[in-house]
Design a protein around this ligand. Structure first.
Ligand code: NAG
Ligand code: NAG
Ligand code: NAG
Length: 331
């Protein structure tokens, strides 16, 4: 609550000092200008994903405060300032419905732990770094289920401009019918099992995965099991040793305008999955590429929302500088 007062004090300040008007973009900057942004893609359906919009804005610098506000029953916009170290290592902070967790500037960092969302809805995680629960004696992450962001049965989730690296199990694990999700402008790097979706016999989940950079991962870019609709576009994958986009179970995968560089098995389908691809660029890739697997079955994303495709040849220069925390989002 203290921080709300501080923010409104700051908005008054310019008018006291320099006669700057109290409205307009200058003033908005002091008031968390991007904190009420809403999701695009599948997360924009089903009523939309707006997180803690309309709730109180708090800034947290300690693990205790992060846990307290993330787990509150009321909506909150939680600004994370600086590095917060998880204790105990690997613990996943539970997030309850109607929260936006957003880093301040490029400083927001949860170190040595992650987040967990279980049977909750309408949550935004943005402009943050989450890293370093990796245990070098446990490359396969079998010893502890320490993920960066783990979601079970979550609805309307937006993960945007998050930088994830070196976790013990998965960077992002979206499980058990988690639905209406958008993962955009994230960096997933230096990791074995990057991004897993599934752990369900049902085929209902709908996800948009766009403008992400997968760099130096081994597998799961993503592993997408039993998704009703999986829409991927404008993604750049670099130096991936085991496999890239893997449609498993009965997943319908629409994959568009993406760039794959030094990726083994860049786009592959399991026996019951289908893939429709649109303008993919491959450079120095190895293994299998499945461009058309029962593509007549695959959904049309434009029936659900509008979106902008980029020229895949540009992605190695246009994607890496804009993934993860950005000063213009953390203002
Ligand atoms: C899924 O989450 C919703 C709340 O968003 C809850 O009502 C429902 O019981 C949960 N289902 C399961 C199987 O846990
Ligand atoms: C990709 O990751 C490697 C290993 O971490 C790093 O050395 C390299 O700079 C990264 N590339 C880009 C374009 O960020
Ligand atoms: C490629 O990724 C692996 C990890 O999967 C890493 O050890 C290696 O340094 C990366 N190579 C480059 C050139 O970034």
């Amino acid at each position: 609550m203290m921080y709300i007062k501080l923010a409104s004090f700051l908005t008054i300040l310019p008018s006291l000092v320099g006669g700057v008007p109290t409205t307009g973009p200058h003033v908005k900057r002091a008031g968390c200008a991007q904190c009420e942004d809403v999701a695009h893609g599948f997360a924009s359906l089903n009523g939309g994903t707006y997180g803690g919009k309309g709730g109180q804005i708090v800034t947290v610098t300690t693990y205790a405060d992060l846990k307290k506000y993330a787990g509150a029953t009321e909506p909150y916009i939680i600004r994370v300032s600086g590095t917060i170290v998880a204790e105990p290592k690997g613990y996943e902070v539970p997030i309850k419905s109607f929260k936006t967790i957003i880093g301040v500037g490029q400083t927001g960092h949860l170190l040595g732990g992650g987040f967990n969302i279980n049977s909750q809805r309408n949550i935004i995680i943005r402009n943050l770094e989450i890293s370093d629960t990796y245990d070098p004696t446990d490359y396969n992450g079998k010893g502890a289920d320490w993920d960066g962001i783990q979601v079970d049965n979550g609805t309307n989730i937006w993960i945007d401009h998050v930088k994830l690296a070196r976790m013990r199990d998965g960077l992002i694990d979206l499980r058990k019918d988690t639905d209406y999700v958008t993962v955009s402008s994230c960096l997933l790097s230096e990791h074995n099992k990057a991004f897993g979706i599934g752990w369900t016999p049902n085929v209902i989940s709908k996800m948009t995965i766009n403008d992400n950079f997968f760099n130096s991962t081994n597998q799961r870019g993503p592993s997408a099991d039993n998704l009703k609709y999986c829409h991927m576009y404008n993604n750049y994958m670099l130096n991936v040793t085991s496999y890239g986009n893997y449609a498993r179970g009965e997943t319908e995968l629409l994959v568009e305008t993406s760039y794959y560089e030094r990726v083994n098995d860049p786009v592959v389908a399991g026996p019951k999955a289908s893939i429709k691809s649109n303008w993919l660029k491959f450079k120095d890739c190895t293994g299998d590429i499945h461009l058309d697997v029962d593509s007549h079955k695959v959904f049309k994303a434009s029936k659900f929302y509008s979106y902008e495709l980029k020229d895949p040849y540009d992605l190695p220069t246009t994607i890496p500088p804009f993934v993860g925390p950005r000063p213009e989002i953390g203002i």
